[in-house]
Design a protein around this ligand. Structure first.
Ligand SMILES: [Zn+2]
Ligand SMILES: [Zn+2]
Length: 73
């Protein structure tokens, strides 16, 4: 497991400037662990857990798209 990034890459980004809003998708870790379907050699479907950088917060762990609430300018 790697760390998380300070910034999502969008500059300037008002969300990256904020603290205290944990990304609701990854819980603030910057990573999520979806289960992905994978077929083995026999053709059976298996679900494997993978670690991926959270796409919703750009791997920052900070909320970037709240459903409601004020949006910083
Ligand atoms: Zn950002
Ligand atoms: Zn996230």
């Amino acid at each position: 497991m790697s760390g998380k990034r300070d910034r999502c890459g969008d500059e300037p980004c008002a969300w990256c400037d904020r603290d205290g809003w944990a990304c609701r998708f990854c819980g603030g870790t910057g990573w999520w662990r979806p289960e992905m379907p994978e077929r083995d050699a026999a053709g059976a479907l298996n679900w494997v857990r993978v670690d991926e950088p959270c796409r919703m917060c750009g791997n920052t762990g900070k909320e970037h798209n709240p459903l409601e609430g004020p949006v910083p300018a």
